[in-house]
Write a protein that binds this ligand. Structure first.
Ligand SMILES: [Zn+2]
Length: 431
């Protein structure tokens, strides 16, 4: 039992961040001025990044403050924006060093502002930001219902950016407390490129993904690249066509993932179920370099997007999420446990005559695996793994869960660490 259960992971309760993202419309200040400010911010950030890359050892936040604060202030950045610039540059360089340390070149036009330089009024959907000595008032263009979800929650920074098409975007990460309910049922998902198979213990449901549509667009892009061999790299027209195809492909996938995530999370909530997914992280990260076909890349991308979309929605609605070890989920009989023989995608059990297609077998086995591992620990659902303290006290018995947090998902503590406050003598006089 031990060996099997330690492979089950879950998203622990706690504070996370969910981000409000909306297109913005300037109602005060000009786009040109905003672009200029973001350009200056990027230039300053690049300067700090380059300086940090030169160092053998990264400075502490306080040392970084000593190094860059004055220089940034001399370029008339506001006290807290200066702090945001070196703080973010520091985290960028840190993660780049972890990932092998390529030269960092900032491309996006964006600025991060904290409470001292930004104000957010969700009731009237207006964000006001101050960049150096300019003030911009931005209206959030999004559905009222979407914006309302965030009213009354804590936020700590506003990110403003301008994309390639000249659109203004506003992102505001909010604190969100995740407290999953105790599940009474389980819904398992078996995901592949074409279909998601959903099994709730009684009924099997097949839902078409839109990954193949995304794949089709990616193939078109690849076709353009092949036809024009190397010319496309230098030709703006072809580059734009290729970029557009990739963007459309991505949009289809991301869009579908969000829709499906909402559907499945609301359904789980209605039936007080936990959602169970295959833990494919390990499988793919070992095999990812070997198989680099378009379909493989897209299903990897799609699966990660879908996983993140489901986790994000689950956090919003307090739905528990479990990941189980996917080993042998399609090769053992869900009824008797014997090894299955396959004719194409049809599985047949020679022992008990069970017949089903591959994805259904997967969904059923994932379901069974979850039931086996969740059942004994329902009482301690959602608790963090044993700390040394609880272990010393005798520990929580039957705690097979290992904490799992998607790499793109941020806990509140991570992005808003306490105890990191700079001594800004000018700050109080500025706002
Ligand atoms: Zn069987």
């Amino acid at each position: 039992m031990r060996g099997c259960t330690t492979l089950t992971r879950m998203v622990p309760r706690g504070a996370y961040t969910l981000t409000l993202k909306a297109q913005g419309l300037l109602v005060e200040g000009s786009t040109e001025e905003l672009r200029e400010e973001l350009y200056l911010t990027r230039r300053a950030m690049q300067y700090v990044v380059d300086a940090l890359c030169e160092l053998d050892k990264l400075p502490t936040p306080n040392q970084a403050h000593q190094m860059f604060y004055k220089v940034l202030r001399e370029q008339s950045f506001r006290a807290h924006q200066a702090k945001q610039i070196y703080k973010y540059a520091l985290s960028l360089v840190k993660s780049a060093k972890v990932n092998g340390g390529k030269k960092l070149e900032l491309k996006k036009l964006s600025a991060r502002l904290d409470k001292y330089d930004a104000s957010v009024d969700l009731e009237s959907q207006v964000v006001i930001i101050k960049l150096r000595n300019r003030v911009f008032k931005i209206k959030l263009l999004h559905r009222r219902n979407y914006i309302r979800k965030f009213i009354g929650r804590k936020w700590y920074e506003v990110i403003i950016s301008i994309d390639r098409q000249g659109k203004i975007w506003v992102s505001i990460p909010f604190r969100w407390d995740y407290d999953p309910y105790k599940p009474r049922n389980v819904i398992s998902l078996d995901i592949n490129l074409k279909k998601v198979v959903v099994y709730d213990g009684r009924r099997v449901r097949r839902i078409d993904t839109r990954f193949t549509e995304g794949l089709h667009l990616k193939r078109l892009a690849e076709g353009v690249q092949k036809r024009h061999s190397y010319a496309w790299r230098r030709d703006e027209k072809w580059l734009e066509i290729i970029r557009t195809l990739h963007r459309r492909s991505r949009n289809i996938v991301v869009d579908w993932c969000r829709k499906f995530a909402k559907y499945i999370v609301l359904r789980a909530k209605r039936t007080r179920s936990a959602i169970v997914l295959e833990d494919l992280e390990k499988l793919w990260y070992n095999a990812s370099q070997k198989s680099s076909s378009l379909a493989n890349k897209l299903s990897r991308f799609g699966y990660r997007k879908l996983q993140l979309a489901i986790i994000t929605k689950a956090i919003e609605y307090n739905v528990p999420i479990v990941f189980v070890n996917p080993k042998n989920t399609s090769s053992t009989c869900p009824k008797c446990g014997a090894r299955l023989t396959y004719t194409h995608r049809l599985a047949i059990c020679s022992k008990c005559r069970f017949i089903a297609d591959r994805d259904v077998v997967g969904a059923m086995n994932i379901y069974l695996r979850a039931i086996q591992t969740i059942a004994p620990c329902l009482g301690s659902w959602g608790t963090h793994p044993m700390t040394n303290e609880t272990r010393a006290k005798g520990g929580l018995r039957d705690e097979p869960m290992i904490v799992y947090i998607h790499p793109s998902l941020k806990t509140y503590k991570e992005v808003n660490p306490k105890g990191f406050r700079i001594a800004c003598s000018h700050a109080s006089t500025l706002h």
